[in-house]
Unconditional design. Structure first.
Length: 253
């Protein structure tokens, strides 16, 4: 496990037109740890998350300045292969978004797009990915059933499996439990804790208890600024900034 951050963010500003959504944000994301971004709605958590694989590029009015290094290389350099970046830094969205295909074809989708044609190899990766997402035992006899008919928590874990199939280095998760009930949420949290043995995870969550339960590092954001960032235990138990104290104690937000 490297001591250097996998992702290093420095002096990050982001504008939607004239509106500044991120202001001089700093953050380091450690290898094979879970980093949680917390804060009230509209504080810039999801915007920051989406800068880490340049998803905000899809919005015409966005302007970004500052530096985001992925293993030492600036991802905003003009020669960056954005498709490769999004393979290395994949995203799981707020609501499950399985394709209207079979379970098997969902997981195999990225492999086929990348040009893999060996059926036995594809089958091997599908099984491995579903196993890593804690779905293989439940779905191995239903691989040709429609993915959109699965319960929501299985749909979300299937989206994780689809991502794992293309072997990302970093997994971004934008409030992945917001559409799930408490039991389904606990399953996704258990999955994240299992996955961090191999993957670096950054999660946006509106649930402070979830951040406290699963993350190693947390960043508290307010009005586009990173107010405080550090080990989760310290941030929740003895925050250095009064604004963080007010938020984690429930007096604000």
């Amino acid at each position: 496990m490297s001591a250097d951050p996998v992702i290093s963010v420095r002096n990050l500003d982001l504008f939607y037109g004239e509106f500044q959504a991120l202001k001089q944000v700093p953050m380091d994301v450690k290898d094979r740890h879970i980093t949680a971004l917390i804060g009230p709605s509209g504080c810039g958590k999801s915007t920051l998350l989406r800068t880490l694989n340049r998803m905000n590029d899809l919005i015409p009015s966005v302007r970004v300045s500052g530096t985001i290094l992925l293993e030492g290389k600036d991802i905003y350099l003009p020669d960056t292969d954005v498709c490769l970046l999004r393979k290395r830094v994949g995203m799981v969205f707020q609501r499950p978004n399985p394709f209207p295909l079979s379970i098997y074809d969902n997981v195999a989708f990225g492999l086929r797009v990348a040009g893999m044609r060996d059926r036995s190899r594809i089958a091997e990766v599908v099984q491995r990915s579903l196993t890593s997402a804690a779905l293989w035992d439940a779905l191995k006899d239903k691989l040709h059933h429609s993915a959109v008919e699965l319960p929501l928590d299985q749909q979300q874990r299937l989206c994780v499996a689809r991502l794992l199939a293309v072997e990302p280095e970093v997994i971004l998760m934008d409030e992945p439990c917001s559409a799930l009930d408490p039991i389904a949420t606990s399953r996704i949290e258990e999955l994240m804790l299992d996955l961090k043995a191999k993957y670096t995870i950054v999660i946006v969550t509106h649930n402070m208890q979830q951040a406290a339960r699963i993350s190693d590092y947390s960043g508290y954001m307010l009005l586009g600024e990173m107010i405080e960032f550090g080990k989760t235990s310290g941030l929740f138990i003895s925050p250095k900034d009064k604004r963080t104290q007010d938020y984690v104690s429930g007096r604000y937000g």
